[in-house]
Design a protein around this ligand. Structure first.
Ligand SMILES: C[S@@+](CC[C@H](N)C(=O)[O-])C[C@H]1O[C@@H](n2cnc3c(N)ncnc32)[C@H](O)[C@@H]1O
Ligand code: SF4
Ligand code: SF4
Ligand code: SF4
Length: 337
Protein backbone atom coordinates (compact mmCIF):
# COMPACT_ATOMS: atom_id res chain seq x y z
CA UNK A 1 0.00 0.00 0.00
CA UNK A 2 1.24 3.54 -0.75
CA UNK A 3 2.54 5.51 2.20
CA UNK A 4 1.98 9.21 2.91
CA UNK A 5 4.65 11.06 4.92
CA UNK A 6 4.08 14.23 6.93
CA UNK A 7 7.11 15.79 8.64
CA UNK A 8 6.27 18.17 11.48
CA UNK A 9 9.17 20.38 12.55
CA UNK A 10 7.85 21.12 16.02
CA UNK A 11 10.66 23.48 17.00
CA UNK A 12 13.36 25.63 15.47
CA UNK A 13 15.41 25.40 18.67
CA UNK A 14 18.57 23.33 18.59
CA UNK A 15 21.65 22.85 20.75
CA UNK A 16 23.77 22.31 17.60
CA UNK A 17 24.72 24.55 14.69
CA UNK A 18 25.50 21.95 12.04
CA UNK A 19 27.26 23.34 8.98
CA UNK A 20 24.98 21.49 6.54
CA UNK A 21 21.62 22.20 8.20
CA UNK A 22 18.72 23.49 6.10
CA UNK A 23 17.28 25.09 9.22
CA UNK A 24 18.72 28.28 10.66
CA UNK A 25 18.09 27.48 14.36
CA UNK A 26 15.47 29.89 15.74
CA UNK A 27 13.19 30.27 18.75
CA UNK A 28 9.91 29.52 16.94
CA UNK A 29 7.93 26.53 18.16
CA UNK A 30 4.59 24.91 17.38
CA UNK A 31 2.69 24.52 20.67
CA UNK A 32 1.17 21.14 21.56
CA UNK A 33 -2.22 22.66 20.59
CA UNK A 34 -0.78 23.67 17.20
CA UNK A 35 0.54 20.13 16.69
CA UNK A 36 -2.91 18.73 17.48
CA UNK A 37 -4.48 21.15 15.00
CA UNK A 38 -2.04 19.94 12.32
CA UNK A 39 -2.80 16.27 13.13
CA UNK A 40 -6.53 16.96 12.75
CA UNK A 41 -5.93 18.70 9.43
CA UNK A 42 -3.78 15.75 8.32
CA UNK A 43 -6.53 13.32 9.25
CA UNK A 44 -8.99 15.22 7.04
CA UNK A 45 -6.48 15.22 4.16
CA UNK A 46 -5.86 11.48 4.51
CA UNK A 47 -9.60 10.77 4.62
CA UNK A 48 -10.10 12.73 1.40
CA UNK A 49 -7.22 10.96 -0.36
CA UNK A 50 -8.72 7.64 0.72
CA UNK A 51 -12.15 8.63 -0.54
CA UNK A 52 -11.13 10.22 -3.85
CA UNK A 53 -7.94 8.43 -4.79
CA UNK A 54 -6.75 5.36 -2.95
CA UNK A 55 -5.94 3.78 0.41
CA UNK A 56 -2.74 5.17 1.95
CA UNK A 57 -0.74 4.38 5.07
CA UNK A 58 -0.11 7.70 6.88
CA UNK A 59 3.18 8.37 8.69
CA UNK A 60 4.04 11.36 10.91
CA UNK A 61 7.69 12.31 11.52
CA UNK A 62 8.25 14.50 14.56
CA UNK A 63 11.43 16.50 14.03
CA UNK A 64 13.01 19.94 14.37
CA UNK A 65 15.43 21.59 15.14
CA UNK A 66 15.94 19.28 18.06
CA UNK A 67 12.49 17.91 18.96
CA UNK A 68 13.55 16.79 22.45
CA UNK A 69 14.24 20.44 23.36
CA UNK A 70 10.57 21.34 22.76
CA UNK A 71 9.16 22.97 25.91
CA UNK A 72 6.05 20.77 25.77
CA UNK A 73 7.60 17.49 24.59
CA UNK A 74 5.66 15.44 27.15
CA UNK A 75 2.34 16.98 25.93
CA UNK A 76 3.40 16.08 22.40
CA UNK A 77 4.10 12.50 23.56
CA UNK A 78 0.53 12.48 24.96
CA UNK A 79 -0.77 13.45 21.49
CA UNK A 80 1.28 10.67 19.92
CA UNK A 81 -0.39 8.24 22.32
CA UNK A 82 -3.85 9.45 21.24
CA UNK A 83 -3.18 9.53 17.50
CA UNK A 84 -1.18 6.28 17.29
CA UNK A 85 -4.30 4.39 16.23
CA UNK A 86 -4.47 6.58 13.09
CA UNK A 87 -0.88 7.35 12.17
CA UNK A 88 2.50 5.63 12.42
CA UNK A 89 4.83 7.98 14.29
CA UNK A 90 8.60 8.33 14.07
CA UNK A 91 10.95 10.79 15.83
CA UNK A 92 14.22 12.21 14.46
CA UNK A 93 16.71 13.55 17.02
CA UNK A 94 20.37 14.52 17.12
CA UNK A 95 20.68 12.05 20.01
CA UNK A 96 22.58 14.41 22.31
CA UNK A 97 19.91 15.39 24.86
CA UNK A 98 18.44 12.08 26.00
CA UNK A 99 17.66 12.25 29.73
CA UNK A 100 16.30 9.44 31.96
CA UNK A 101 12.80 10.95 32.30
CA UNK A 102 12.59 11.50 28.53
CA UNK A 103 13.59 7.89 27.79
CA UNK A 104 11.02 6.54 30.25
CA UNK A 105 8.22 8.62 28.73
CA UNK A 106 9.35 7.75 25.18
CA UNK A 107 9.28 4.07 26.10
CA UNK A 108 5.58 4.28 26.92
CA UNK A 109 4.83 5.26 23.29
CA UNK A 110 4.21 2.71 20.60
CA UNK A 111 7.18 3.95 18.55
CA UNK A 112 9.56 1.11 17.72
CA UNK A 113 12.69 3.17 17.11
CA UNK A 114 14.45 6.53 17.19
CA UNK A 115 16.49 8.07 14.41
CA UNK A 116 19.76 9.89 15.08
CA UNK A 117 22.33 11.40 12.71
CA UNK A 118 26.00 10.46 12.30
CA UNK A 119 27.89 12.33 9.60
CA UNK A 120 31.31 10.69 9.57
CA UNK A 121 34.16 9.66 11.87
CA UNK A 122 34.75 11.66 15.06
CA UNK A 123 36.82 14.40 13.39
CA UNK A 124 34.35 14.94 10.54
CA UNK A 125 31.20 14.60 12.64
CA UNK A 126 32.53 17.15 15.14
CA UNK A 127 33.64 19.51 12.38
CA UNK A 128 30.10 19.45 10.95
CA UNK A 129 28.08 19.13 14.16
CA UNK A 130 30.28 20.81 16.78
CA UNK A 131 33.04 19.75 19.15
CA UNK A 132 32.13 16.85 21.46
CA UNK A 133 28.96 15.86 19.61
CA UNK A 134 30.37 12.61 18.25
CA UNK A 135 30.96 11.31 21.79
CA UNK A 136 27.53 12.62 22.83
CA UNK A 137 25.70 10.84 20.00
CA UNK A 138 27.47 7.55 20.79
CA UNK A 139 26.45 7.95 24.43
CA UNK A 140 22.92 8.63 23.14
CA UNK A 141 22.98 5.37 21.11
CA UNK A 142 24.17 3.46 24.18
CA UNK A 143 21.44 5.06 26.34
CA UNK A 144 18.79 4.04 23.81
CA UNK A 145 20.16 0.49 23.69
CA UNK A 146 20.16 0.31 27.49
CA UNK A 147 16.50 1.43 27.44
CA UNK A 148 15.53 -1.22 24.88
CA UNK A 149 14.97 1.32 22.07
CA UNK A 150 15.92 0.30 18.51
CA UNK A 151 17.85 2.86 16.52
CA UNK A 152 18.23 4.05 12.96
CA UNK A 153 21.11 6.24 11.82
CA UNK A 154 20.94 8.81 9.06
CA UNK A 155 24.13 9.86 7.21
CA UNK A 156 24.01 13.02 5.09
CA UNK A 157 26.61 12.76 2.31
CA UNK A 158 28.67 15.57 0.76
CA UNK A 159 32.16 15.97 -0.72
CA UNK A 160 33.88 15.98 2.66
CA UNK A 161 32.37 12.81 4.13
CA UNK A 162 30.91 10.42 1.52
CA UNK A 163 33.97 8.15 1.57
CA UNK A 164 33.47 7.65 5.33
CA UNK A 165 30.18 5.76 4.95
CA UNK A 166 31.91 2.37 5.65
CA UNK A 167 33.43 3.82 8.85
CA UNK A 168 29.98 4.98 9.95
CA UNK A 169 28.60 1.49 9.23
CA UNK A 170 31.27 0.05 11.54
CA UNK A 171 30.45 2.59 14.27
CA UNK A 172 26.77 1.61 13.93
CA UNK A 173 27.64 -2.07 14.40
CA UNK A 174 29.64 -1.28 17.52
CA UNK A 175 26.65 0.58 19.01
CA UNK A 176 23.80 -1.86 18.22
CA UNK A 177 22.17 0.26 15.50
CA UNK A 178 19.46 -1.58 13.57
CA UNK A 179 19.29 0.42 10.32
CA UNK A 180 21.68 2.79 8.53
CA UNK A 181 20.51 4.89 5.58
CA UNK A 182 21.86 7.86 3.72
CA UNK A 183 20.85 10.68 1.43
CA UNK A 184 22.80 13.46 -0.24
CA UNK A 185 23.36 16.94 1.17
CA UNK A 186 21.17 19.53 -0.53
CA UNK A 187 22.84 22.96 -0.59
CA UNK A 188 21.08 25.57 1.50
CA UNK A 189 21.49 28.95 3.15
CA UNK A 190 24.48 30.02 1.04
CA UNK A 191 26.61 27.41 2.77
CA UNK A 192 30.23 28.19 1.79
CA UNK A 193 31.82 25.34 3.75
CA UNK A 194 30.29 22.14 2.34
CA UNK A 195 29.77 21.14 -1.28
CA UNK A 196 27.28 18.67 -2.75
CA UNK A 197 28.49 15.63 -4.69
CA UNK A 198 29.09 16.10 -8.42
CA UNK A 199 27.84 13.36 -10.82
CA UNK A 200 31.01 11.24 -10.67
CA UNK A 201 31.15 11.47 -6.87
CA UNK A 202 27.45 10.60 -6.69
CA UNK A 203 28.13 7.48 -8.76
CA UNK A 204 30.98 6.51 -6.46
CA UNK A 205 28.81 7.22 -3.39
CA UNK A 206 25.90 5.02 -4.51
CA UNK A 207 28.40 2.24 -5.32
CA UNK A 208 29.92 2.56 -1.83
CA UNK A 209 26.42 2.21 -0.32
CA UNK A 210 25.68 -0.87 -2.41
CA UNK A 211 29.03 -2.50 -1.54
CA UNK A 212 28.46 -1.83 2.16
CA UNK A 213 24.94 -3.25 1.92
CA UNK A 214 26.26 -6.47 0.36
CA UNK A 215 29.08 -6.76 2.94
CA UNK A 216 26.56 -6.25 5.69
CA UNK A 217 24.47 -9.28 4.70
CA UNK A 218 27.15 -11.74 5.81
CA UNK A 219 28.57 -9.67 8.65
CA UNK A 220 28.45 -11.30 12.09
CA UNK A 221 26.87 -8.16 13.58
CA UNK A 222 23.50 -7.41 12.09
CA UNK A 223 22.98 -3.97 10.49
CA UNK A 224 20.46 -3.31 7.72
CA UNK A 225 21.76 -0.82 5.17
CA UNK A 226 18.97 0.84 3.22
CA UNK A 227 19.87 2.43 -0.09
CA UNK A 228 16.47 3.55 -1.24
CA UNK A 229 16.82 7.28 -1.88
CA UNK A 230 17.09 9.19 -5.19
CA UNK A 231 19.53 7.60 -7.70
CA UNK A 232 20.60 4.86 -5.28
CA UNK A 233 18.65 2.32 -7.35
CA UNK A 234 21.20 2.84 -10.15
CA UNK A 235 23.71 0.80 -8.12
CA UNK A 236 21.33 -1.53 -6.32
CA UNK A 237 19.31 -2.47 -9.41
CA UNK A 238 16.13 -2.16 -7.39
CA UNK A 239 12.89 -0.45 -8.40
CA UNK A 240 13.60 3.19 -9.35
CA UNK A 241 13.04 5.87 -6.71
CA UNK A 242 10.49 8.52 -7.57
CA UNK A 243 10.59 11.77 -5.57
CA UNK A 244 7.40 11.83 -3.47
CA UNK A 245 7.52 15.55 -2.54
CA UNK A 246 4.04 17.03 -2.81
CA UNK A 247 2.67 13.71 -4.07
CA UNK A 248 2.87 11.46 -1.02
CA UNK A 249 4.89 13.78 1.25
CA UNK A 250 4.46 17.17 2.90
CA UNK A 251 6.36 19.05 5.61
CA UNK A 252 5.20 21.70 8.07
CA UNK A 253 7.84 23.89 9.69
CA UNK A 254 7.98 25.46 13.15
CA UNK A 255 6.04 28.50 11.86
CA UNK A 256 3.32 26.47 10.17
CA UNK A 257 4.67 26.94 6.64
CA UNK A 258 3.93 23.98 4.38
CA UNK A 259 6.52 22.58 1.94
CA UNK A 260 6.43 19.64 -0.48
CA UNK A 261 9.39 18.31 1.54
CA UNK A 262 11.60 20.12 4.06
CA UNK A 263 14.56 20.06 1.69
CA UNK A 264 12.35 21.60 -0.99
CA UNK A 265 12.44 25.23 0.14
CA UNK A 266 9.30 26.54 -1.57
CA UNK A 267 6.42 27.41 0.73
CA UNK A 268 2.98 26.31 -0.54
CA UNK A 269 0.84 27.79 2.27
CA UNK A 270 0.49 27.98 6.03
CA UNK A 271 -1.57 25.74 8.30
CA UNK A 272 -2.68 28.78 10.34
CA UNK A 273 -4.31 30.30 7.25
CA UNK A 274 -5.53 27.26 5.32
CA UNK A 275 -6.19 23.60 6.00
CA UNK A 276 -3.56 21.09 4.83
CA UNK A 277 -6.26 19.56 2.63
CA UNK A 278 -6.92 22.88 0.87
CA UNK A 279 -3.18 23.51 0.44
CA UNK A 280 -2.55 19.98 -0.89
CA UNK A 281 -5.30 20.16 -3.50
CA UNK A 282 -5.01 23.85 -4.51
CA UNK A 283 -1.35 24.90 -4.35
CA UNK A 284 0.02 25.42 -7.88
CA UNK A 285 3.41 24.03 -6.88
CA UNK A 286 1.93 20.86 -5.36
CA UNK A 287 -0.39 20.33 -8.34
CA UNK A 288 2.55 20.73 -10.71
CA UNK A 289 4.56 18.19 -8.72
CA UNK A 290 1.78 15.65 -9.18
CA UNK A 291 1.90 16.04 -12.97
CA UNK A 292 4.39 13.96 -14.94
CA UNK A 293 7.86 15.43 -15.39
CA UNK A 294 10.51 14.18 -17.76
CA UNK A 295 13.34 16.72 -17.87
CA UNK A 296 14.93 17.34 -21.25
CA UNK A 297 18.25 15.90 -20.03
CA UNK A 298 16.52 12.60 -19.09
CA UNK A 299 14.73 12.02 -22.41
CA UNK A 300 17.22 9.35 -23.51
CA UNK A 301 17.31 7.49 -20.19
CA UNK A 302 15.62 4.11 -19.84
CA UNK A 303 14.54 4.95 -16.28
CA UNK A 304 12.80 8.20 -17.28
CA UNK A 305 9.21 6.96 -16.80
CA UNK A 306 9.74 5.89 -13.19
CA UNK A 307 12.61 8.05 -11.93
CA UNK A 308 11.38 11.21 -13.71
CA UNK A 309 14.54 13.19 -13.11
CA UNK A 310 15.64 12.11 -9.62
CA UNK A 311 15.80 14.52 -6.70
CA UNK A 312 13.57 17.58 -7.03
CA UNK A 313 15.08 19.33 -4.00
CA UNK A 314 18.56 19.02 -5.50
CA UNK A 315 17.32 20.41 -8.85
CA UNK A 316 15.62 23.33 -7.08
CA UNK A 317 18.68 24.11 -4.94
CA UNK A 318 21.09 23.92 -7.89
CA UNK A 319 19.15 25.35 -10.82
CA UNK A 320 16.30 27.18 -9.07
CA UNK A 321 14.00 24.91 -11.14
CA UNK A 322 12.49 21.75 -9.67
CA UNK A 323 11.36 20.55 -13.11
CA UNK A 324 15.00 20.07 -14.15
CA UNK A 325 17.08 16.91 -13.79
CA UNK A 326 18.95 15.80 -10.68
CA UNK A 327 22.30 17.66 -10.74
CA UNK A 328 24.00 14.54 -9.31
CA UNK A 329 22.91 12.11 -12.02
CA UNK A 330 25.73 10.91 -14.27
CA UNK A 331 23.34 9.49 -16.88
CA UNK A 332 21.77 12.83 -17.82
CA UNK A 333 22.51 14.36 -21.19
CA UNK A 334 23.10 17.95 -20.04
CA UNK A 335 23.83 19.13 -23.61
CA UNK A 336 20.05 18.76 -24.03
CA UNK A 337 19.08 20.60 -20.83
C1 LIG B 1 17.01 18.83 10.31
S1 LIG B 1 17.50 17.39 11.19
C2 LIG B 1 16.35 17.35 12.53
C3 LIG B 1 16.56 16.18 13.48
C4 LIG B 1 17.82 16.25 14.32
N1 LIG B 1 18.11 17.53 14.83
C5 LIG B 1 19.02 15.68 13.58
O1 LIG B 1 20.02 16.35 13.38
O2 LIG B 1 18.92 14.50 13.19
C6 LIG B 1 16.90 16.00 10.19
C7 LIG B 1 17.92 15.45 9.22
O3 LIG B 1 18.10 16.38 8.15
C8 LIG B 1 19.46 16.33 7.76
N2 LIG B 1 19.80 17.57 7.05
C9 LIG B 1 19.92 18.80 7.58
N3 LIG B 1 20.26 19.70 6.63
C10 LIG B 1 20.36 19.02 5.47
C11 LIG B 1 20.67 19.39 4.13
N4 LIG B 1 20.97 20.65 3.80
N5 LIG B 1 20.66 18.43 3.18
C12 LIG B 1 20.35 17.14 3.50
N6 LIG B 1 20.04 16.72 4.75
C13 LIG B 1 20.05 17.65 5.72
C14 LIG B 1 20.19 16.16 9.08
O4 LIG B 1 21.52 15.71 8.90
C15 LIG B 1 19.29 15.17 9.79
O5 LIG B 1 19.68 13.84 9.47
S1 SF4 C 1 21.15 18.88 15.14
FE1 SF4 C 1 19.69 18.63 13.45
S2 SF4 C 1 18.38 20.47 13.49
FE2 SF4 C 1 20.15 20.86 14.83
S3 SF4 C 1 21.53 22.02 13.54
FE3 SF4 C 1 22.09 19.83 13.39
S4 SF4 C 1 20.94 18.99 11.63
FE4 SF4 C 1 20.06 20.97 12.17
S1 SF4 D 1 18.93 10.40 -16.37
FE1 SF4 D 1 17.17 11.31 -15.34
S2 SF4 D 1 15.59 9.72 -15.33
FE2 SF4 D 1 17.56 8.73 -15.75
S3 SF4 D 1 18.30 8.04 -13.78
FE3 SF4 D 1 19.19 10.07 -14.15
S4 SF4 D 1 17.78 11.49 -13.20
FE4 SF4 D 1 16.68 9.55 -13.38
S1 SF4 E 1 12.36 16.62 -2.39
FE1 SF4 E 1 14.33 15.56 -2.18
S2 SF4 E 1 14.36 14.58 -0.14
FE2 SF4 E 1 12.26 15.24 -0.61
S3 SF4 E 1 11.29 13.38 -1.41
FE3 SF4 E 1 12.10 14.54 -3.17
S4 SF4 E 1 14.16 13.79 -3.56
FE4 SF4 E 1 13.51 13.02 -1.54
Amino acid sequence: MAQFHLQIHITGRCNCRCKHCYIAPNASELSADDVERILKQYERLINRIRKEEKEVLPFVYITGGEPFLHRQIHEIFALIRIYSDRFTFRIMTNGTVLGKELMEDFNSLSIPCLQVSIDGNEKTHDFIRGEGNFKRVLEGLDTMYANGISTRVSFTAHKMNYMQFPEVAEICRQHHVGVLWSDRYVPCQDNQVLSPLNPMETKEYVEILETEKRNSINHEVSLAIKNIRALQFLASGEYPYHCSAGIRALAVDEKGEVYPCRKFALSCGNVFENDLEEIYYNSDVLRRLRAERIPQACKGCRHRKLCQGGSRCAALATYGNYMREDPGCWLCDREQA
